[in-house]
Design a protein around this ligand. Structure first.
Ligand code: FAD
Ligand code: FES
Length: 273
C-alpha cells in the first residue's frame, strides 16, 4: 500500500500572486520526499468543525531535499479564503500524498503539456521532473491573467514554453489545438498531459481534440480531473465519476477520482466518436 502521512505542516510563505490566485509554500518533509507531480494533499483548514472537510490541492513544485512543497491556489470559497489568512509559521494538518499522479514513461523523449490557471500548477511540477530527466517539453499554458503566466517564468529554459494570455476569450482554446497539431507535425511526442483546461466538461472541444490527436498519433494523453471530495482516501465514494472501461469504449465503469485518479487516460474520459 502506498505510504500516506497525516502530519503537521508549517507555512513558510503564503503570498498573493495576483487577484485571487495565491501561492503557499509548506514544510512537510515526509510528504515532500515521496509526492510526485499530479498527486495532491488534503489540507485541514481549522481545528473547529466548520469547514468540516479538508480541501484537495495539487502540488505545483516539489523540493525533496528541503522537505517543502508549493501549491498554487485560487480563492473560491470559505476554505481557500481561510488559507489566505495563514502567516508564515502557521501550522496545519496535511494528509498526503494522495491519488495516482502523472506517469512519465522511462522511454519518453518529448512530451506536451497543456494547462490553464491553477491547472498549470501540477504541470509545473511535471515540467521540473521531465526537464531533470532530459525529456523535451512543449508547454501550452493559458490564462486570462498575464501576471499569473509570468509567475511561471521560473520554468524558462526547461522546455519550449508557449504562453497564451487570452483576456478571457477562452472558449475551449482552439488556438491551443492548432499549435499542438503544429508541434506534433514536427516532433514525435510520446505523451500529452492536461491539467485544469476548463472546469472539466466532457463536451469540451479542446479535450476532445487533444484526445483525438493522441489517438491518431498512437500515444496516451493523461488528464487530471477535478471533483468534489470529502475523505480523499477512497472511503466515502463521494468523488465517483463514470468513465469508459476499455479503449473500445463498449462499456462504462465508475472510479473514484481521489483513489484511482485524479489522473486518467483521455480515452477513459472522452468519447472516441
Ligand atoms: C484532486 C484535486 C486537486 C485540486 N488542486 C487544486 C489546486 O492545486 N489549486 C486550486 O486552486 N484548486 C485545486 N482544486 C480545487 C479545490 O480543491 C477547490 O477549489 C477547493 O476545495 C474549494 O474550497 P473552498 O472551501 O474555498 O470553496 P467551497 O466553498 O467549497 O466552494 C466554492 C466554489 O467552488 C466550487 N468548488 C469547490 N470544490 C470544487 C472542486 N473540487 N471542483 C470544482 N468546483 C469546486 C463550489 O461549487 C463553489 O462554487 C483541486 C481539486 C481536486 C479534486
Ligand atoms: S473523496 Fe471519499 S472516496 Fe473520494
Amino acid at each position: 500500500m502506498d505510504k500516506k502521512y497525516d502530519i503537521s505542516g508549517k507555512v513558510l510563505e503564503n503570498s498573493k500572486v495576483m487577484e485571487n490566485f495565491w501561492l503557499i509554500k509548506l514544510e512537510c518533509p515526509e510528504i515532500a520526499r515521496i509526492i510526485v507531480p499530479g498527486q495532491f494533499v488534503m489540507l485541514r483548514l481549522t481545528e473547529q468543525t466548520d469547514p468540516l472537510f479538508r480541501r484537495p490541492l495539487t502540488v505545483s513544485r516539489i523540493y525533496k531535499e528541503e522537505g517543502v512543497i508549493d501549491i498554487l491556489y485560487k480563492v473560491v470559497g470559505q476554505g481557500t479564503e481561510i488559507m489566505t489568512t495563514w502567516e508564515p509559521g502557521h501550522t496545519c494538518s496535511i494528509l498526503g500524498p494522495l491519488g495516482n499522479g502523472f506517469t512519465l514513461p522511462a522511454s519518453a523523449k518529448n512530451i506536451a503539456v497543456l494547462g490553464r490557471d491553477t491547472g498549470i500548477g501540477p504541470l509545473a511540477a511535471l515540467i521540473d521532473q521531465a526537464a531533470a530527466k532530459g525529456v523535451g517539453v512543449y508547454a501550452f499554458l493559458s490564462s486570462k491573467y498575464t501576471e499569473l503566466l509570468h509567475s511561471f517564468s521560473f520554468l524558462e529554459g526547461k522546455g519550449e514554453l508557449l504562453f497564451y494570455p487570452d483576456n478571457g476569450a477562452w472558449r475551449c482554446g482552439p488556438f491551443m489545438t492548432k499549435e499542438l497539431e503544429r508541434v506534433a507535425g514536427k516532433i514525435k511526442l510520446d505523451q500529452i498531459y492536461m491539467g485544469g483546461l476548463c472546469d472539466f466538461c466532457p463536451s469540451c472541444s479542446l479535450i476532445k481534440n487533444i484526445h483525438h490527436l493522441a489517438h491518431r498519433q498512437g500515444i496516451n494523453a493523461q488528464i487530471s480531473l477535478d471533483q468534489y471530495m470529502a475523505c480523499g482516501l477512497g472511503a466515502c465514494q463521494g468523488c465517483v465519476v463514470e468513465l469508459y472501461q476499455g479503449q473500445d469504449q463498449k462499456s462504462r465503469c465508475y472510479k473514484r477520482v481521489c483513489k484511482e485518479g485524479p489522473v486518467f487516460l483521455s480515452w477513459e474520459v472522452v468519447s472516441n466518436g
